[in-house]
Design a protein around this ligand. Sequence first.
Ligand code: CU
Length: 190
Amino acid sequence: MYQLNKIVSGMMGIAVLSVLTMNAYAAGAKVSASDKKMIASAMSAAPAKVAKGATIVAMEADGKMRTVRQGTNGFTCMPDNPATPGPDPMCMDKNAMEWVYAWIAHTNPTPGKVGFMYMLSGGTDASNTDPFATKPDAKNHWIKTGPHVMIVGADASFYDTYPKNADPDTSLPYVMFPDTPYQHLMAPVK
Ligand SMILES: [Cu+2]
């Protein structure tokens, strides 16, 4: 998954940088250097054609999403979260985006709204069991996952058929945040 609870502090520096860069480039009305970097990072999460048509969003310091680039194909991509040790950009369909918003807001995702996400640059998470962990503790370490896709919002019976370990083998499909409202399938693709 993606450390969204950490992103607020992590993105603060980038948000400040964006404002500075935007002022500097205001005259030319060009895409700022930091936005270009975020777009490239976000697009690396999905196959090229999906990424090309996707909307790119970035989380601002206040937790609100800013649309960096409007897309056309129903997918939304987010850049790497600089607060985690590894790259973890992601691209998701509409249902998965709603699921992510529910997670950010600590509300329950709508049952049965199955969503799909790409994380082809891999991901890093502080815990496989706590959806709101911001850093590893004695029981949990950073979970690093290679290129993978994710299925969110499926019925519990779907996740019951996959491993639910605190320390999963990330080379095989496994459940992240098992038996919580935010459980989802992590399926490696390489
Ligand atoms: Cu993931």
